[in-house]
Design a protein around this ligand. Structure first.
Ligand code: CDP
Length: 230
């Protein structure tokens, strides 16, 4: 079967906009596969940092991206024999990821790996360029937004619940820096395309956002009966 007929829901948006949680729940509701593309950038940052690689060395970083020995198994992410699921969630890995994600060669090296997640019965993918670059023919393209203050509050709560002692001012500053880097880069910048549907989540809870995405998907499916597995 032509894989381009397999449904993809692309969910893009800035840091801490809730993409991950929303995408994961939507994929669970529909029984679809799930791609958290940010994890790939975080993994490259982790491997590079551990190897003492300069995060400005595009060629070496691209080589690391190309040869990542990673297995995604349910909630576990294995790098070789090591479970790195927790370590890649740290802000250090997130900031490293945001830096290396600006390199075209790194992004190219991760492209086919991301597209390989498109399998039956469908895929929900979250990131910055899911709808614009990785799956330009996605069935539904969502762009989640929320004010930087709201996103900082969410990240603060999330980290406090995990027992990580953090400062809200530092988080807000971090989010603003990450936004500037993600939106300002020349390669695959974070920006809302004209074919995306934006949802402002500032005043919505996760369930409301999930329901809205599911509603839009059902609506598209009703109009296009040829979409696989709708
Ligand atoms: O949402 P959050 O920024 O906390 O983390 P993430 O989604 O895991 O992404 C980490 C970093 O990877 C982001 O700041 C982006 O710079 C980069 N990224 C990207 O450039 N393209 C993607 N498709 C996903 C992540």
């Amino acid at each position: 079967m032509d894989i381009n007929h397999i449904s993809v829901i692309a969910i893009d948006g800035p840091s801490a906009s809730g993409k991950g949680t929303v995408a994961h729940r939507v994929s669970g509701s529909l029984g679809f596969h799930y791609l958290d593309s940010g994890k790939l950038y975080r993994l490259v940052a982790l491997v590079a940092t551990r190897a003492g690689v300069d995060l400005a060395d595009e060629e070496v970083l691209a080589d690391i991206a190309e040869h990542l020995n990673v297995i995604f198994k349910d909630k576990e992410i294995r790098l070789g024999n090591e479970d790195v699921s927790d370590i890649i969630r740290t802000e250090t890995c997130g900031n490293g990821a945001s830096r290396i994600a600006a390199y075209l060669q790194v992004r190219k090296a991760l492209l086919s790996r991301q597209r390989a997640f498109r399998r039956n019965p469908g895929l929900v993918a979250d990131g910055r360029d899911m709808g614009s670059v990785v799956f330009p023919d996605a069935t539904l393209k969502i762009f989640l937004i929320a004010s930087s203050e709201t996103r900082a509050q969410r990240r603060y709560k999330q980290l406090m619940e995990k027992g990580v002692d953090v400062n809200i001012t530092t988080i807000l500053q971090d989010i603003r820096e990450r936004d500037a880097r993600d939106s300002g880069r020349s390669v695959s910048p974070l920006k809302q395309g004209s074919d995306t549907s934006s949802i402002d989540t500032t005043l919505l809870n996760i369930t409301e956002v999930v329901n809205e995405v599911l509603r839009q998907y059902t609506e598209i499916c009703a109009k296009n009966s040829d979409i696989n597995e709708c």
